[in-house]
Design a protein around this ligand. Structure first.
Ligand code: MTE
Length: 400
């Protein structure tokens, strides 16, 4: 068996990197058909190494530190954290920066493995606002970053990264230390017993199996912070990136907020249209999301490769869960008080006559967010193959 033989896993998940480490996405149609919330069984997993083994009876005794540039450094257990701080619950979509990398690898091989368009999932996360804990430790003058480290032991140390301290201190960013997903204890693959959740940013910043929080004046010097989750300029190929480490040291190339993105769940890539049904209509549907809490403001479909566009209908996860505001759900107050802030994917749909679909070669989709960030027609290729967000395309296949 692998080092993860203690971890239960769903056979429907598609393995992207062999047997170990565990990196999986659900079939896109199954993921989409679950609705806004993903069940823990189908939630995508991105592990760099073996999953730390934590027994249920040891969850509350798990300890992590708050150290570095703080007046009151501390070691705190999950038990103390949950006893001393109020908890909140809200829905967050986590997205791997490699979502849709397969399309990039088809154009030119990047250094990453081929995610389809299901490298994302949504859960109601419950935990303590990280702001509260950091405030409690009292950051010192000159502190600018919060570094995070997990318990996983990897070839280049433990997995770690950092975010800006002023993001952590901004309540509208919703950064939390989560111990539950959809009302249950975190599953081992998702950070049991405790993880960071950074809404609106790439999943790579949401450190699992949290062991250390270090307040610093400079960004993390962890290997994974430097050599992962970056978009180097497009002319930097794998050779150049290996020859010249200076490319990796430029913090401007680190990625944080998600980019505006969307994908088509129906029709699936291999779906075949029945020519008998030409007089009927077919509902084209899929998802869209953006970064930094920005709301998706439109989703458009084209049947003629961008010459003309149709406006799709959009439904927001936030609108659904707003109805439960202030209810005691899952042991934490469901807090939707940021109103227009969107930390979740939205679903779009549009009925189209099958005859019209059959006249087209393909369907493309693009989304736009409240800052007018719109998905580009052309792909931006980079050496790690990240944040691919060009128009998503599905070919139309007709029954022969
Ligand atoms: N945290 C630790 N400790 N180790 C990891 O390998 N992977 C990161 C992040 N946090 C990782 C981690 C990456 S790249 C992503 S996309 C998310 O976790 C994935 O979270 P999930 O597996 O719960 O979906």
């Amino acid at each position: 068996g692998t080092p993860d033989s203690h971890v239960p896993r769903d056979p429907r998940l598609i393995r992207l990197t062999g047997t170990h480490p565990f990196n999986v996405e659900a079939p896109l149609t199954e993921l989409f058909n679950e609705g806004f919330l993903t069940s823990p069984e189908l939630f995508y997993v991105r592990n760099h190494g073996a999953v730390p083994h934590v027994r249920d009876e040891d969850v509350l005794d798990w300890e992590f530190t708050v150290e570095g540039m703080v007046r009151k450094p501390m070691k705190i257990s999950v038990r103390q954290l949950l006893r001393d701080f109020d908890q909140v619950t809200y829905p967050v979509t986590l997205v791997c920066a490699g979502n849709r990398r397969k399309e990039q690898n088809m154009v030119r091989k990047s250094k990453g493995f081929s995610w389809g368009a299901a490298g994302l999932s949504t859960a109601l996360f419950t935990g303590v606002p990280l702001k509260e804990l950091i405030e409690h430790a009292v950051p010192l003058k000159g502190a600018r970053y919060v570094c995070m480290e997990g318990a996983d032991k990897l070839p280049n140390g433990s997995y770690g990264t950092s975010v800006k301290l002023n993001w952590v201190m901004d309540p509208n960013r919703g950064i939390m230390l989560a111990h539950k997903m959809n009302g249950e204890m975190l599953r081992p693959d998702h950070g049991k017993p405790i993880r960071v959740v950074i809404p609106g940013q790439i999943g790579g910043r949401s450190v699992k199996w949290l062991k250390r929080l270090i307040v610093t004046a400079t960004p993390s010097d962890n290997w994974y912070h430097t050599y992962d989750n970056r978009i180097l300029p497009t002319m930097v190929d794998p050779d150049e990136a290996a020859k010249n480490p200076a490319w990796w040291k430029d913090e401007r190339y680190a990625i944080y907020d998600l980019s505006t993105n969307s994908a088509i769940a129906s029709p699936a890539h291999d779906e075949i249209f029945d020519t008998q049904g030409v007089s009927k209509s077919y509902t084209v549907k899929g998802y869209a999301y953006s970064g930094g809490g920005r709301r998706i403001t439109r989703v458009e479909l084209s049947l003629d490769r961008g010459k003309s566009w149709k406006l799709a209908n959009v439904g927001y996860a936030e609108d659904r869960y707003r109805a439960y505001e202030n209810h005691e759900l899952f042991g934490g107050r469901l807090d939707m008080s940021w109103r227009e802030t969107c930390f979740c994917w939205c679903f779009w749909s549009l009925p189209i006559q099958i005859s019209e679909l059959l006249d087209a070669k393909d369907i493309v989709v693009r989304a736009m967010d409240e800052s007018m960030n719109v998905q580009p027609r052309d792909m931006y290729w980079s050496v790690l193959g990240m944040m691919n967000n060009c128009w998503y395309r599905v070919l139309i296949h007709r029954e022969e």
